[in-house]
Structures are given as structure tokens and as C-alpha cells.
Write a protein that binds this ligand. Structure first.
Ligand SMILES: C[S@@+](CC[C@H](N)C(=O)[O-])C[C@H]1O[C@@H](n2cnc3c(N)ncnc32)[C@H](O)[C@@H]1O
Length: 272
């Protein structure tokens, strides 16, 4: 359970709100093509506050979801979110991906979103999850990659603030640039027919919902969230960091542009 101590984003209410904003804004982009037929048993590993769980359960109402997370507090919020949405096809378990107590081949499908980036041993996590799949079962993995962030106006201060986030995540054992590794990690975990789609978020002045939902409330909020930790670690000082955040907000102006790529991988467990 030591992964909790290493979780760079933390579990405070502002971060929980950010995860919900992120999921709401990106639901169509990230969940396109993800549908589980009636009767499928689906494991969501690292469900957090249920930001993806609600979308999954709404879009596949006949499937039965089991959502696990290492944080009991996040699970309680996820359960509340699922209840508030009036869903009855999700059950929750407090569990560590590296110590799951389900029998091998318990699930038809596994869904993992924004979790590998926080793990020191992501391939091992995927291999453990693969063991829970029935032969022929599917795995879906979604991760971002901070190296894919580019924007206008360009700003060394904004890049430096993002680099603080990347470095803190690295020191916590994770990898904020793991998106580019989704394909090799899934192959390494023994999955077959692996296919990765880059999901580009493109934001300009004509897309106010994405300006607010992604540039400001998802990406900039995430970087801003490490301000105190970055200063305490000596990676930045307050003025330099705040300038970086100001410049990230500047990309959300009417003449600004922000781009980011998520990577969505799907693969199967070999039959027989
Ligand atoms: C960035 S959040 C993503 C939550 C959710 N999947 C989403 O997309 O909103 C990462 C989650 O992974 C969980 N987590 C990290 N390490 C874990 C582990 N070893 N086992 C289970 N959950 C873990 C954290 O507690 C956190 O809730």
C-alpha cells in the first residue's frame, strides 16, 4: 500500500474536483469505442473518486463493474458519485493492484486510466491485471504524456513549471511521460493484438468549453497543484512558479492555443 504515500497529486478536495473536471471534459474523447456488452464482468483498476467509473457504467449499463482503489477515502467518494448517478451496476473494493485477491480469470475486461503514471512498476501491474482476465478478455489502458504539451504563446516559465511536476512525479516513483510507453508496456505484460490510439486535445479560442475544462481546470490546475511541493523541494521559487502558471493561463486567452495528447491502448489476452 506504499503507493499511497507516493501519489504525487494527493487526495485533497481540489484534486478530486480536478479529476471530475478532467473526466467530464474528456469523456467523449477517451471513452469513444469503449463499450462493454451486457453480462460482461469489468474490472476498473485505480478508480479514484469514480470520475471514469460513472462514464463507464452509464455507457455500458448491462455490464457489471468492479472498481478498486488503494485509497479508501477516494472509494467512498466514488461510491457516492455512482449512487448520485443512480447506477446499480458497480461494486467497489478497497485493494492494491499489486495484491488483488480476485481469482485468476475472474473478469472479461479490465480498464485502467491515469494510474500507471503513478506506479514504479507499471509493467508488473499490467501483468497482474492480465492474470485476472479470462482468455480472450480485453484490456484498455489510458495515459497522458506531459512531453506532448505544447502551446502558444510559448513560455520557458510555463515549461519550467511543468518540468517541476514531471520531476516530482519521477521522485515519487512515477512517470508523467508514460503515455508514449503504453504500447511497449502492454506488449511486455503479455497482451496480444495491442493497438494504441493517440487522442489529441486541441484547444483554441473557438472552444470555450475546452479552454475552461481542459486548459484551465485540468492541465493548469494539475501543475498548480504541485506549487508548494516544488518550492519545498527547491525545484522552483514562488515567483518563477507563479509566472509559469500565469503563462499557462495566458494560453487560455482568446488568441492562445493548447495541445496535449493522451494515449489509449487496447489489447487482448490470448485464448487457450
Ligand atoms: C490520477 S488518479 C486516477 C483515478 C481515475 N482512474 C480517473 O481517471 O479519474 C490515480 C488513482 O490510482 C490510485 N492508485 C495508485 N496506486 C494504486 C495501487 N497500487 N492500487 C490501486 N490503486 C492505486 C490512486 O489512489 C488514485 O486514486
Amino acid at each position: 500500500m506504499n503507493e499511497v504515500a507516493a501519489y504525487v497529486h494527493g487526495y485533497h478536495p481540489r484534486e478530486n474536483e480536478r479529476l471530475q473536471d478532467q473526466a467530464g471534459t474528456l469523456a467523449d474523447l477517451l471513452h469513444a469505442g469503449t463499450h462493454y456488452a451486457a453480462g460482461r464482468r469489468v474490472l476498473e483498476a485505480g478508480c479514484g473518486v469514480g470520475a471514469q467509473t460513472v462514464t463507464l457504467a452509464v455507457r455500458s449499463p448491462g455490464a457489471q463493474f468492479t472498481a478498486v482503489d488503494v485509497s479508501a477515502a477516494s472509494l467512498a467518494q466514488a461510491e457516492a458519485a455512482v449512487m448520485a448517478a443512480g447506477l446499480s451496476n458497480v461494486q467497489f473494493r478497497h485493494a492494491d493492484i499489486f495484491a488483488l485477491l480476485f481469482a485468476p480469470q475472474s473478469f472479461d475486461d479490465v480498464f485502467v486510466c491515469f494510474v500507471l503514471e503513478h506506479l514504479a512498476r507499471p509493467a508488473e501491474a499490467l501483468a497482474a491485471l492480465r492474470a485476472l482476465l479470462k482468455p480472450g478478455g480485453t484490456m484498455t489502458v489510458i495515459e497522458g504524456d506531459h512531453g506532448s504539451a505544447y502551446f502558444h504563446p510559448e513560455s520557458p516559465a510555463a515549461r519550467a513549471a511543468i518540468a517541476c511536476q514531471v520531476e516530482l512525479q519521477r521522485r515519487a516513483g512515477g512517470d508523467a511521460m508514460i503515455g508514449r510507453m503504453v504500447y511497449p508496456l502492454m506488449v511486455q505484460a503479455g497482451l496480444q493484438d495491442v493497438s494504441v490510439s493517440p487522442c489529441l486535445v486541441y484547444v483554441d479560442g473557438s472552444r470555450p468549453a475546452l479552454i475552461e475544462g481542459f486548459t484551465r481546470r485540468t492541465f493548469t490546475a494539475m501543475v498548480a497543484g504541485v506549487r508548494d511541493a516544488a518550492i519545498a523541494a527547491g525545484l522552483s521559487d514562488a515567483d518563477a512558479f507563479d509566472l509559469g502558471i500565469r503563462d499557462l493561463h495566458r494560453t487560455a486567452a482568446a488568441d492562445g492555443v493548447f495541445c496535449y495528447t493522451f494515449f489509449k491502448g487496447t489489447g487482448k489476452k490470448r485464448r487457450g
